[in-house]
Structures are given as C-alpha cells and as structure tokens.
Design a protein around this ligand. Structure first.
Ligand code: KE4
Length: 437
C-alpha cells in the first residue's frame, strides 16, 4: 500500500515496528491496522474533546471516537473525575458493588422494556450471551442474522452469507468448524421476504433474530420503512426472540437508542460502547420473564471476572448521567452538526464529480464511494474501496481521522465544533480535487 504522506510518521512507524514484533499486526483489533485503506496507522498518545494527538505530534479531528463510546469526547471532565475517584477506592473486587445497580438503573430508565440487565465486558460477550439466553428461553437451535451486520466475534456469528436466500452459515473465519455455524442463517438485510421464507423453511426452530436496528458495520445503513416492524411482527407470530443489537446505537441515535427512535420493543437488547464511557462494558437485558433464566437465578450460564468493574461502572454512570441531564440539547445539536458535515462533504464530492452517497442516522454516518443508494450489503459492497482509501489517506494528511474502512460508521460527539466541521469540509474539497488529478 502507498506510504507517501505529508504527515510526520517516524515515531508511529517505529512504534508500529515494535508492536508488530509482539502483537499480531501490531494491533489488538484488526481494523486498526489500516489494511483496507493503506498508509501508516498513527499511534495515538492522547485525546481532548474532539481531537486526538499522535506520537509524531500530529493533531486530528476524530470521527471514530473509539468506535462509538466517546460521545462526550476524549478525556471528558465528569468521566475522568468519576474514574479517578472510583480508582482511589480500588479497581476491582470480584464482589457486588453499589455502582452496578446505579448503572443498571440508568440504562433501564432509558430502555423501558428492559426490566433486568446483566453487565459483561464487551459487546461480543453481550450478543453471545443474548443468543444463548434466547436458545434457553425458546429451547430452539437456529438463529437468524443479516449480511453486513456484525455482532462481535463469537463463533456462531462469524458466518459468510450463503449464496441462497436462507442457506445455513458458512464459517467466516479460520478456526470456526462448520458444526458451529450450522444453525446460523445469514439473510439479506432489509428483505422481509427472506425472513418469511426462513421461518417457513425452519418452522418452530428459530430461537432468535438478531439485528443492528441501524446497521453500522457495513457502513451506516438504516432499516427501510417498516422493516423493523415486520421483524417484530414475524418474531412475535413465530414465538421467536427479537434481539436488537444496540451496542453501537444505544444512547447514540437517541438516549433510548433505536428502539426509542423507531418505537419498537425488542425482546432482548444488547449494549456496549457508550454505556462504558470508554471503559470495557457490554450488557444484555430484557423482561424479567426472560432474564430470570440467567444464572444464578436460572439454568443459562454466563459469567465474567471483571463484569461490573467499578471503574467501568463509574465511567458509564458519569456518561449516562450527563446525557440524561442534557439530552434534548445534546441530541438535537449533534444531529444538526452531523447533517451539516455529511451534506457539506457530499456537495463537495458532487462539485468534484466524485461518485458518492451517504447514510446518516443522528450522529452516526458513512460516505459511500458509489452512486448508491446503499440499503444492504449487496449495494454497500459496490463501493469503490480504492477511492475510499485515497480519500481516507488525504483526509488523514489534512488532520481528519475517519474510520479506516469503507464499511464502518463514523461518529460525531458533543465536543465537535462548527470550526471542526468547516475544517473537515475544506479538507474534503482538497481531497476530492487531488483524487481528480
Ligand atoms: P465488542 O466486542 O467489539 O465490544 O463489540 C462487538 C460489537 C457488537 N455489536 C455491534 C453492533 C458492534 O458494532 C460491535 C463492535 N463494533 C466494532 C466497530 N464496527 C468495534 C471495532 C473493532 O472491532 O475494533
């Protein structure tokens, strides 16, 4: 991949070399390696508000926000204060602490269908546990997920979409035996007929449908009108569990997540990211009738050494309290600012004759390098990823840090300013002009 850049990269290159000798690809999560966009991943040393700084003292306007958690920006004062004061009392006890119920109350106050919640340490744990719970509750084996949706890296969910409309999962990763995905159906997103067909073909055998109610993991792709209603009606009729994976959308697209935005009540909700305020937290929750199956109350086992960790609970509580106390102003402002940003870049692309479309829901969005519209994996995958890579690298050189993949959502938070937006649109104009040369 091209390594020419106008940025100073010596320190990051040195750090990448060292990391790569110790950690696979030098990263602890694959997307951070910049494989799909090329160039030198900056090693970040600090963040403040909407900006991050790398080891070569480059400054960036950050639209990744740690992949969603940092809706309040980097080093938010309330969050830091909460973490520091919790840490002064110790970091972990492996015993119950008051803060777990504090965070549970805050989450449940925003998600009225959730009566009980279990905290874990990642979104992967949350979705893996939610699926186990749905199978325990329905005593059924099959699960439905959608192409382009990502719910973490548990075996049963790492499936490639099959060629047929309701083919059983083909392992999407080395090390996943086909036996582990044989009960996973991967269907096209935004296609109600495919869901109806699956429930006919596997009558009374489907434990759950898990969906990102606004997809972030093929880039941002909202559900078509009434698609979520159809999923709710079909799963109700078929007595199958509807799981909304709100790891990304929870407290992001609205204080009460996508289920508030679209007024749909799933059976189980999974969460992560924002509820940890930048520290490792995941969660799954739902009606007591279902949640009471979870050990130690019931027979469905799930556990975790650092689940409910006091520092993570403190960071989550500080974040959700701030969002709760300023929600009107916060969500309207980040929605408005995101709209100005996304439309400003799109009109710059139009002026430059660059084929681009976009999807946005609130403060999560993606520019797709394809005429579009992008409504599912099939249309998303028509994007020109090489053009995206050029755009990404040009923006990075101009001090704009976008998600390093065409198939990721970008995020704007409470600390982004009108000046950030102006600078970003100006950088995009430069990037598109350079792409035309
Ligand atoms: P984690 O295990 O990464 O905490 O959460 C998995 C997960 C579950 N559900 C949804 C909707 C998610 O978006 C995620 C993780 N999101 C990715 C970003 N697309 C995390 C970034 C990464 O993998 O490094």
């Amino acid at each position: 991949m091209p390594s020419t850049t106008s940025r100073k990269v010596e320190q990051s290159r040195r750090l990448q070399e060292r990391a790569a000798s110790l950690i696979p690809g030098g990263v602890n999560s694959p997307v951070r390696g910049f494989a799909s966009v090329g160039g030198d991943p900056p090693f970040i040393v600090r963040g403040k508000g909407s900006h991050i700084f790398d080891a070569d003292e480059n400054e960036y306007i950050d639209y990744v926000g740690s992949w969603g958690p940092l809706i309040l920006g980097h080093a938010a004062p309330d969050v830091l204060d909460a973490i520091v004061s919790a840490a002064c009392n110790g970091t972990s006890f492996g015993a119950s602490t008051p803060a777990e119920a504090d965070l549970a109350e805050l989450v449940i106050s925003a998600f009225p269908h959730v009566q009980k919640i279990r905290f874990v340490s990642s979104g992967t744990e949350a979705t893996m546990s939610a699926i186990r719970l749905a199978r325990a509750y329905t005593k059924r084996k099959y699960i439905v997920k959608f192409e382009g949706c990502y719910h973490g890296h548990s075996d049963a969910l790492l499936v490639k979409a099959g060629s047929g409309v309701a083919t059983l999962g083909i392992p999407g990763s080395a090390g996943v035996p086909e036996e582990f995905t044989q009960f996973t159906l991967a269907l096209p997103f935004n296609n109600v007929k495919a869901v109806e067909y699956a429930f006919q073909k596997f009558k009374h055998q489907i434990a759950c449908v898990i969906v990102e109610p606004v997809v972030g993991n093929m880039g941002c792709v909202p559900a078509a009108d009434d698609y979520l209603v159809a999923l709710r009606l079909i799963t109700e009729r078929e007595k199958s569990v509807l799981i909304f994976d709100e790891v990304m959308t929870g407290f992001r697209v609205a204080f009460g997540g996508a289920q508030e935005l679209y007024n749909i009540r799933p059976d189980i909700t999974t969460m992560g990211k924002i509820i940890g305020g930048g520290l490792p937290v995941g969660a799954y929750g739902g009606p007591s009738e279902i949640m009471n199956l979870v050990a130690p109350l019931g027979p469905m086992y799930q556990a975790g050494t650092l689940s409910g960790n006091p520092l993570a609970m403190a960071a989550g509580c500080a974040t959700l309290r701030h969002l709760r106390d300023h929600k009107q102003e916060i969500y309207s402002r980040i929605d408005k600012l995101s709209g100005e940003l996304v439309e400003g870049v799109a009109s710059a692309a139009k002026e430059a004759g660059v084929a681009l479309c976009y999807n946005r829901v609130g403060s999560m969005f993606t520019w797709f390098f394809t005429p579009g519209p992008v409504t599912d994996w099939d249309s998303a995958s028509k994007s020109n990823t090489e053009a995206f890579g050029k755009f990404f690298r040009a923006m990075l050189d101009s001090g704009i840090y976008l998600p390093p993949s065409q198939y990721e959502a970008a995020f704007l938070g409470t600390t982004h300013t009108a000046e950030d937006i102006r600078q970003t649109i100006a950088a995009a104009k430069q990037a598109f002009a350079a792409m035309r040369r």
